[in-house]
Design a protein. Structure first.
Length: 288
């Protein structure tokens, strides 16, 4: 299923997301929600409501995590360290399919490492398609994730939420729409202010193998960043941002000289996530 069409409310929900989900969620409707589960320095719950597209036979749900000051949790690719979240929905009933989406993360500095994740709060949108739209959906989630400051504490929580059929006819929850607007869009679906991937070049031989990227950000682009994922568990070092080109194009470089892994990238398809204060997008490129 493709991401929900929400262009009409893009400027509003993106503004909410840009000032932080913690503040946004305190001001906008959430639909239906499970009770909060309190954990060490964090709390979690399930939320749900109608899909953004009127008449859709699916629900827009979410996994919401709020964190104490100074604590963080991680994206699906945590970077140099950290623990990605694991979502186990196997106990759910009347579910044909579900897809967890990841809002644009931030680069986080840690002693001796750079990681990718979230601070304060994050709401992971979830697309839920029922097997039978005439029957309620029962979501059951076993969630495992890391809560980290100077050290990481493994966290686990079991959550459940019943979604009645009448929720299909309601309004999509604004807080989930705000999180959904921060999910990176494919390059073909970019909005005006979303980052645009330019060139990618690979130098896999010689003493200084590397990957190089050019990205065009809206505005001054000073807060723009790039995150890279490779298949088959292949580790990608964190990109380093170089001085911008004369025309303002942002340049990033990945040093592949460590551990002799450069040739392993030949022919691999990379997923590139581009984030900025104005928007977020995603692209794929094959290393040639």
């Amino acid at each position: 299923m493709s991401r929900f069409p929400i262009a009409a409310c893009a400027s509003v929900v993106f503004a909410l997301a840009a000032v932080g989900l913690a503040a946004a969620q305190a001001q906008v409707p959430i639909g239906i929600a499970s009770p909060w589960v309190e954990l060490h320095t964090a709390r979690v719950r399930l939320v749900a409501g109608a899909a953004a597209a009127k008449g859709a036979k699916s629900y827009l749900a979410g996994v919401e995590i709020t964190l104490a000051d100074g604590w963080k949790t991680y994206w699906r690719n945590p970077g140099d360290a950290g623990v990605p979240p694991i979502f186990d929905w196997s106990g759910s009933t009347n579910v044909a399919s579900m897809k967890v989406l990841y809002p644009a993360p931030s680069r986080l500095k840690e002693p001796g490492a750079e990681t990718i994740g979230y601070t304060q709060a994050v709401l992971f949108p979830v697309e839920v398609t029922p097997e039978d739209a005439k029957k309620p959906v029962e979501l059951k989630l076993l969630l495992e994730f890391g809560i980290c400051r100077e050290i990481c504490i493994p966290a686990q929580s079991t959550l459940s939420l019943a979604i009645p059929t009448e929720a299909l006819a309601g309004e999509p929850p604004s807080a989930i729409l705000a999180a959904l607007s921060r999910v990176p869009r494919p390059q073909a679906e970019r909005r005006r202010d979303d980052p645009e991937l330019g060139s990618m070049t690979a130098s896999l031989d010689g003493p200084s193998p590397r990957l190089a990227f050019e990205v065009r950000f809206a505005g001054d682009g000073k807060g723009g960043d790039l995150f890279i994922e490779a298949p088959d568990g292949l580790y990608v070092p964190m990109p380093k941002r170089l001085p911008d080109a004369a025309d303002g194009t942002a340049r990033f470089e990945v040093d592949l000289s460590r551990a002799g892994i450069a040739r392993d990238f030949k022919g691999k398809t990379l997923t590139l996530t581009l984030v900025s204060d104005e928007g977020a997008s995603e692209a794929v490129r094959v290393v040639e």
